[in-house]
Design a protein around this ligand. Structure first.
Ligand code: DHB
Ligand code: FE
Length: 266
């Protein structure tokens, strides 16, 4: 027996696809050209490179679905931390680090080190959450994630931190850099055909999780970034835009960022 949700969603998808073809009078040649682009995105995809995800992301699908999921969950009331898309570069089993450690394994020219700290809180009670895990990842100053860049050590600029009873976290990372999404493949080709740029504003990714709470997938964005208003994958939300402040008296960092994450209990 067909799953009712699947049946309903597929009927709706079919209706919209048919309407789309009718409305735009799609020809056989256009249809085949579109299929070729999708097939080539499939062929480009590897474990390291999900070209189909890139392709749907530049159409705003992952960000739209994130927004729908977030709104449907009815989370706006207690202002928990907003979610943002996962993107294609998360890796499982990032190194477990101690509070105060740095995720920068290799000195890289071009970005200030930043001290990032704050607390993991219950969005409803405001109480700290202990044993919460913060999984963080970002690119090097060259705009490449570690797995895209042979010059970075394995698991560079990634780490997992675990809070104590005070729910506090403290780590060193780099002040992030804006960069183009991988644009040497079909997604880049499509952006080019549409006269669109591939840039994402400087951001840091997180998955924050704790027992009894809904895992939070999100990103924070540097307010000063020139691309903050036109992210190529539409992930920016106002509450996730942050200000890096100058840091004094810390030989390990020139920038400071305080940020609290507020999780929703089950
Ligand atoms: C995408 C997301 C990212 O965070 C990134 O660094 C590159 C691409 C994306 O949604 O396609
Ligand atoms: Fe990213």
């Amino acid at each position: 027996k067909a799953n009712p949700r699947l049946r309903k969603v597929m009927a709706s998808l079919t209706t919209h696809l048919h309407d789309f073809c009718r409305e735009n009078e799609i020809t056989v040649d256009e249809y085949m050209a579109g299929l070729d682009l999708i097939i080539s995105a499939g062929k480009w995809s590897t474990e390291q490179r999900n070209e189909m995800l890139l392709m749907t992301d530049i159409l705003g699908l992952e960000s739209l679905i994130d927004e729908i999921t977030y709104t449907l969950a009815g989370e706006a009331a207690d202002a928990p931390t907003a979610t943002a898309i996962l993107g294609p570069f998360w890796r499982k089993d990032a190194p477990k680090l101690k509070m105060g450690d740095s995720i920068v394994k290799k000195d890289m020219q071009g970005s200030d080190h930043a001290s990032m700290h704050g607390r993991i809180l219950d969005s409803e009670t405001g109480k700290p959450i202990k044993n919460a895990e913060i999984d963080i990842w970002h690119t090097g100053p060259n705009g490449l994630y570690e797995q895209q860049d042979p010059d970075q050590p394995d698991m560079n600029l990634r780490g997992r931190f675990f809070t104590g009873p005070d729910g506090a976290y403290e780590l060193y990372c780099l002040k992030p850099t804006s960069y183009p999404i991988p644009n040497d493949g079909p997604a880049g080709k499509l952006l080019g055909l549409l006269d669109r740029h591939p840039m994402r504003p400087a951001h840091i990714h997180f998955i924050v999780s704790a027992e009894g709470y809904k895992p939070l997938t999100t990103q924070i964005f540097d307010r000063k970034d020139e691309h903050i208003g036109n992210d190529s994958v539409f992930a920016v939300k106002e509450s996730l835009v942050v200000d890096f402040l100058p840091k004094e008296g810390d030989s390990k960092a020139k920038s400071d960022l305080r940020y609290d994450f507020k999780l929703v209990g089950y």
